[in-house]
Design a protein around this ligand. Structure first.
Ligand SMILES: N[C@@H](CCC(=O)N[C@@H](CS)C(=O)NCC(=O)O)C(=O)O
Length: 236
């Protein structure tokens, strides 16, 4: 079913959150109107929000009054509910295979590479930061680079974003921005450029896409990440 204004969507979000950013990317890409409610993550969640999402996390959506949580599930649901080039239906010719390939790609990106970056807040020594940077680039080279051989510019040769980019774009734009700004080791971006040309080209194309840049405030993300890393590191 195409998106119609009959479906009432409320997105509970915070623009600093990469998981919530996924929901913004897919809503923008599908051109679906929605109401936005910003959740302040700097203070405890209000009881009304805990009734919506007992985990207290963003994003959540209300879809005609039904609540869905977890960014991956929300994105998959919106893609299934609104057939588009983002994701073929499983019963379309080649659809099940393409869905499996996208699933494998996203699973690989998050299970084999992204966790290394989450460790950046747990170390202070320059040498260990450089080691993590090297580990990250090596993991991208081994696990992800081969899966992007035919990206043109998006996953599987697609000219438009796919669900693979919806689920990874908010993280890619942060990696490139934060590494270029020196908040993450600068060797991440130089290493990716040198050792993973398919990934780098793809990540640049995704990070420049209007559905991805839409709510991304570079200065806020740089300052917010600096503060978060300092706080995490002060607790070591
Ligand atoms: N697995 C969740 C992760 C969402 C998440 O961690 N959101 C963070 C903000 S980036 C949050 O709401 N944190 C609130 C808190 O921990 O108090 C998803 O994919 O939706």
């Amino acid at each position: 079913m195409a998106a119609t204004s009959d479906n009432k969507i409320i997105l509970y979000t915070n623009h600093r959150c990469p998981w919530a950013h996924r929901a913004h990317i897919i809503l923008s890409e599908l051109n679906i109107p929605f109401e936005e409610v910003i959740i302040d993550l700097d203070r405890p969640r209000d009881p009304w929000y805990l009734e919506i999402n007992p985990r207290g996390l963003v994003p959540s959506i209300s879809y005609n009054g039904v609540i869905l949580t977890e960014s991956g599930i929300i994105s998959q649901f919106l893609a299934d509910e609104n057939p588009s080039e983002l994701l073929p239906a499983s019963n379309a010719p080649g659809g099940a295979l393409k869905r499996a390939q996208i699933n494998f790609f996203v699973d690989t990106l998050f299970s084999k590479t992204q966790g290394i970056l989450f460790k950046l807040g747990t170390v202070t020594s320059e040498a260990v930061l450089e080691k993590l940077s090297g580990e990250y680039v090596a993991a991208v080279a081994k696990e992800v680079e081969p899966l992007l051989k035919d990206a043109a510019p998006f996953f599987g040769g697609s000219k438009k974003l796919t669900l693979a980019e919806v689920l990874s774009g908010s993280f890619l734009i942060r990696i490139l921005t934060l590494s270029s700004a020196g908040v993450y080791p600068a060797s991440i971006v130089s290493g990716l450029k040198e050792k993973t040309p398919n990934f780098y080209k793809w990540a640049e194309a995704v990070s420049a896409h209007p559905s991805v840049t839409n709510i991304f405030d570079k200065d806020v993300i740089i300052e917010g990440t600096k503060t978060r890393l300092q706080k995490q590191r002060s607790q070591i």
